[in-house]
Design a protein around this ligand. Structure first.
Ligand SMILES: Cc1cc2nc3c(=O)[nH]c(=O)nc-3n(C[C@H](O)[C@H](O)[C@H](O)COP(=O)(O)OP(=O)(O)OC[C@H]3O[C@@H](n4cnc5c(N)ncnc54)[C@H](O)[C@@H]3O)c2cc1C
Length: 267
């Protein structure tokens, strides 16, 4: 199988650099093909601006979504963005690897998403009608592929537990897992998170490396997070509310978008 690993750390000799090497070695040992997009090393431009749309007239107002749509359809997105889209279409699985910075991904990786997940490619896809709200949340151009986060965090695992002060890790990563990866169709695997890494030494590294190797070995067999599909009948159109008869009617928050019954049936 083919894997694209998008790596966002400025220092190759970092813990993230070492874990990236562990992941790539294990994937190759399993017979997979791997490409790495090393955003800092490549000098990735993170901000969306006029330079992204060379065919936009000098006096024309920049409307980012409209410009993205037009450029994607015309094949005039910049070469760096087109190269990443090509890699995404090549890959059976996408791994985003990053250190947790201010409870989310580093800006350079967010900028990779902003620029590469173009209109017509990752969003604005499919029929919009009274029956469908486009191909998204489980459907879309990247459906049938897998995606997974590999994250390091300075904070303790307990601090990211359900009642931990940082907020539950699944909630913090929900905008990435559900909003960025599930949205264009990926089956999203539970994230790999290494906690409390800032005081790591050799004895701490090896167990984490082995846990990561195991996740690489099960990349194509592990059960994805059972997010509900948008167009499978669970949501009302056009409000996009979860139907009141599904789940606990008093529940709110991100977890209502998990189909717990589907995951219970699979176990
Ligand atoms: C701007 C910013 C915001 C942050 N926000 C958050 C946040 O919101 N939540 C949170 O939890 N944390 C946060 N942190 C902490 C951050 O998540 C960690 O610093 C980061 O995950 C560590 O990863 P690294 O690759 O940079 O580690 P490094 O600094 O490279 O290494 C960490 C430790 O691992 C050791 N190490 C490195 N490589 C190896 C190896 N091969 N073998 C053995 N040991 C090794 C190093 O010696 C060091 O002790 C933030 C940090 C910054 C800079």
């Amino acid at each position: 199988m083919k894997i694209l690993l998008v790596y966002a750390h400025p220092e190759p000799r970092s813990l993230n650099g070492a874990l990236r090497d562990v992941a790539v070695q294990e994937l190759k040992a399993q017979g997979h093909e791997v490409q790495v997009s090393d955003l800092y090393a490549d000098g990735w431009k993170s901000q969306v601006d006029r330079a992204d749309f060379p065919t936009l007239g000098q006096d024309e107002r920049l409307v980012p979504a409209a410009a993205s749509k037009k450029a994607f359809e015309a094949g005039t997105l910049t070469e760096d963005v087109r190269a990443e889209i090509k890699k995404l279409l090549w890959a059976d699985a996408l791994i985003l690897q990053f250190p947790m910075w201010w409870f989310t991904m580093p800006a350079i990786l967010k900028g990779w998403v902003d620029r590469v997940f173009a209109y017509g490619f990752a969003y604005g896809v499919g029929e919009h009608s009274d029956r469908r709200w486009g191909d998204r949340y489980g459907e879309g151009k990247l459906a049938g592929r897998r995606a997974m986060l590999v994250v390091t965090a300075g904070g303790w695992e307990e601090h990211y537990a359900d009642r931990g002060i940082n907020g539950p890790i699944d909630d913090l990563l929900f905008p990435i897992n559900h909003g960025i990866l599930y949205y264009p169709g990926y089956d999203v695997l539970p994230p790999f998170v290494a906690y409390r890494v800032d005081r790591f030494d050799e004895s701490g590294f090896e167990p984490v490396a082995e846990r990561l190797r195991e996740r690489m070995r099960t990349l194509f067999t592990a059960q994805p997070i059972p997010y509900r599909q948008q167009n499978a009948g669970d949501y009302l159109i056009p409000s996009m509310h979860l139907r009141p008869e599904l789940g606990d009617p008093t529940a709110t928050g991100f977890a209502i978008h998990l189909n717990d019954e589907a995951s219970a049936n699979e176990q």
